[in-house]
Write a protein that binds this ligand. Structure first.
Ligand code: PLP
Length: 389
């Protein structure tokens, strides 16, 4: 990661934005055993480890069917393919997300329609979604940004009686939940299909690429299973043209170990988030920095800890000089990406998302971050606003 090689000249060690090595240290013996088991079996693609992971994630998520695949990007693409999205269809989504949220739509010849987001959570605004629904709307694709769920139930209310599916992009929110009518619902369990990424830096990460699709609908599950193996139900007979998007057994075995620890790690992230907020108050930073807001009914799992701040770029440079790595998710809204210029969007069409792109900063966040490291982050921020204003 290029940003990690900062030009800071302090004697302090670099504080990274995430630290996978510390996490690995906590589970290394279990991981080695799991990988050895796969090597002994010599069964590398799909098979028993993948089936076991599918069963365990289904139980954890409270969703009947889960289908392992090669990445989160593929999970989204498979979901769109299973729903038959194609030319002439519109998919309403958020412009404030990772690229794959929109590319799964354009890749199939359908049109992304960008709704604006909420300033507090960065999640897509249900009201804005409502205003974008047309007869061509086939799917609504909310993203559970940074580890906090969007209000899927509100969006689901708008699609009642219409042939509109909901695909949840849960790539940043494995294990996040939302309490609706006294029931706790995990990310991915409210819509038609939930899509997950196990990219190594995600809060449930593999040690390579991996992803998962989840659905309560049996016939969609069957189609997803076929689509991930070239659209084949019986080997060498192809009902449709699918993808090669299988999950490999080594990653599945690793994920099974890591899933057992996920609740604990998500809880540690939540504690770290609480500590950041206390530190901001203690150091009088509230005037310059807004901590992320956990909106009503949500259990945010802080995949990223993203603040809004004034003079973001200067602050980020200052932090870098202090050896603290921060990141910007995302510096350019999807509706303004050059590759999507053919859609005809211009500046000012998603004003909240555009505002966020200039204000957001992700501070170091990982389950093992130490209180003194967080204090160092807050001190560096205080130093910046005290001396450079
Ligand atoms: C990471 C991510 C993806 C893509 O997942 P990959 O496994 O990297 O392909 C999709 N959507 C969002 C919101 C993500 O953060």
């Amino acid at each position: 990661m290029h940003a990690e090689r900062g030009q800071h000249n302090m004697t302090m060690p670099v504080l990274p934005s995430f630290d996978l090595k510390r996490n690995y240290g906590r589970v290394a013996p279990e991981i080695r055993e799991a990988v050895a088991r796969v090597l002994e079996s010599q069964h590398f693609i799909l098979g028993p480890e993948v089936e076991a992971l599918e069963a365990e994630t289904a139980a954890y998520l409270g969703i009947a069917n889960t289908v392992g695949c090669a990445s989160g990007s593929d999970a989204l693409l498979l979901a769109m393919m299973a729903l038959g999205v194609g030319p002439g269809d519109e998919v309403i989504t958020t412009p404030f997300s990772f690229f794959a949220t929109a590319s799964c739509i354009t890749r199939l010849g359908a049109r992304p329609v960008f709704a604006d987001v909420e300033i507090n959570s960065g999640n897509v605004s249900a009201e804005s979604v409502r205003s974008k629904i047309t007869p061509a709307t086939r799917v609504i694709l909310p993203v559970h940004l940074f580890g906090q769920m969007a209000s899927v139930e509100e969006i689901a209310g708008m699609t009642k009686g219409k042939a509109i599916a909901i695909v949840e992009d849960c790539a940043q929110a494995f294990g996040a939940s939302r309490t609706i009518d006294d029931q706790v619902k995990r990310a991915g369990s409210l819509g038609t299909i939930g899509c997950y990424s196990f990219f190594p830096t995600k809060n449930l990460g593999a040690y390579g690429d991996a992803g998962l699709v989840a659905t309560g609908d049996e016939s969609l599950a069957k189609r997803l299973r076929s689509l991930r193996v070239h659209g084949s139900g019986v080997q060498y007979f192809h009902d449709e043209v699918g993808l090669n998007s299988r999950l490999d057994a080594v990653q599945a075995a690793i994920l099974r170990v890591r899933l057992r620890h996920l609740e604990e790690w998500n809880e540690e992230r939540r504690l770290a988030a609480e500590r950041y907020e206390l530190l901001f108050a203690e150091k009088g930073l509230a005037e310059f920095v807004s901590a992320p807001v956990e909106t009503d009914g949500n259990r945010h799992i802080y995949h990223q800890y993203v603040v809004r701040c004034s003079r973001r770029d200067e602050l980020q440079r200052h932090m870098q000089e202090q050896g603290i790595v921060t990141r910007v998710y995302y510096p350019l809204s999807l509706h303004l990406q050059p590759c999507f210029s053919f859609l005809g969007y211009g500046e000012g069409e998603c004003p909240v998302a555009e505002k966020l792109t200039s204000e957001v900063l992700a501070l170091p966040m990982f389950p093992e971050i130490l209180p003194e490291e967080q204090e160092r982050v807050a001190d560096a921020m205080k130093d910046f606003y005290d001396t450079r204003s």
